[in-house]
Design a protein around this ligand. Sequence first.
Ligand SMILES: C[S@@+](CC[C@H](N)C(=O)[O-])C[C@H]1O[C@@H](n2cnc3c(N)ncnc32)[C@H](O)[C@@H]1O
Length: 396
Amino acid sequence: MRTQYKQLDHLLLEHQHYWRFEPFHASQTLEHRFTHTELGTWLDGLSMSDVQGFKQDLPSLLSQLTEYLPQLTELTQFCQLDKSALTSLTLDSHLSSGIPGRKLSQITAMGSQALATHHGSEWLEWCAGKGFLGRILAHHSQQAVTSFEWQESLCQQGQLDADKQQLPVHFVQGDAFACDHQSVFNSNQHAVALHACGDLHVSLMQHATQYQLPTLSIAPCCYHLIQADRYQPLSSLGQQSNLALSKTELRIPLQETVTGGERVLKHRFLEMSYRLGLDELLRKELGFAEYQPIPSVKKSQLQLGFEAFCQWAAERKGLALPKCDFIHYQTLGEQRFVRMEKLSLIQMAFHRPLEMWLILDKALFLEERGYQVGLTEFCDKKITPRNILIHAVLSR
Ligand SMILES: C[S@@+](CC[C@H](N)C(=O)[O-])C[C@H]1O[C@@H](n2cnc3c(N)ncnc32)[C@H](O)[C@@H]1O
């Protein structure tokens, strides 16, 4: 893992020109960072349907891009994870009731792996939500589960459901960053965390290693949800890295989302092209030199058209828009949307390598603290793109 991390770190730094930018902002000019290169010529020549095709077919995209960036092959190899343990539990209907479809698939897949690799005589479910995973672990192992969660209402609902099913689950309401950790952690627990965001999964690793928990199964997500301005590497190797990912860059791996259908694509096109069109309008008509962030917008608002969107946004920003050619700016927005989508294709090749870099830093941290660490994909990417499981067993 150390060698893999070092090589990944080196390749990411060497290729930073290809991923360290924001396609939304980079779409502003006709000439872009790849113009006057073979890669740029290839990119400019793509039709929008080519772009859509590649967005939904990463292997084809990588095979094309490798012609221009040969080291992508090596980078991609570092992202290959064991999928052999892809299994899932079959649940009685009373256990699965109330769990939404995709969440249920994630939980049964992760639960199955946690049970198969279980060491410990009880469980700690970190950032439990309503404790779906904890209930399944309690049912299958008949061991006690402490479900730690911040939101009081989720704790109450979760406790109610567990009690109804007569499961040995005990909810503890608390703040991961300001609780009496000694009363939450103990050295008999196998800790599980499904999609605990940024600092939350980091705090689990720090406390679990301190209290010498025998096993950890963590599926991280939302790497950018951290207090610090930049990613704070945990492992000693990570601390030597020069990558220094900013919060914005920590969002890059999360761009890899489950692709939606026609309706989702259409909605994204409208929203992004309107935002980009308005950016053009504000720069040219009102002389803004910087992008003005606009709050999130309802679908129904977008359906009223570009001009109505601009008026709505201007009201929120306390701006008065001049009389101008809205159709012209809408067209500029649509052209920028195409450029943005093309530029983001290049960055797409680096989503998973960046995520692997983050995951390996965490894995190395656990290794340094005496754990044997394995990395797997616990479910298919279609169920959730955040499908990497860090599994660590204390070996001394
Ligand atoms: C993405 S959800 C995951 C929930 C659950 N594990 C699941 O997969 O359904 C993250 C959970 O972390 C909880 N959370 C957020 N901040 C927290 C904190 N400071 N301490 C404890 N839990 C927190 C949220 O309330 C939320 O339930």
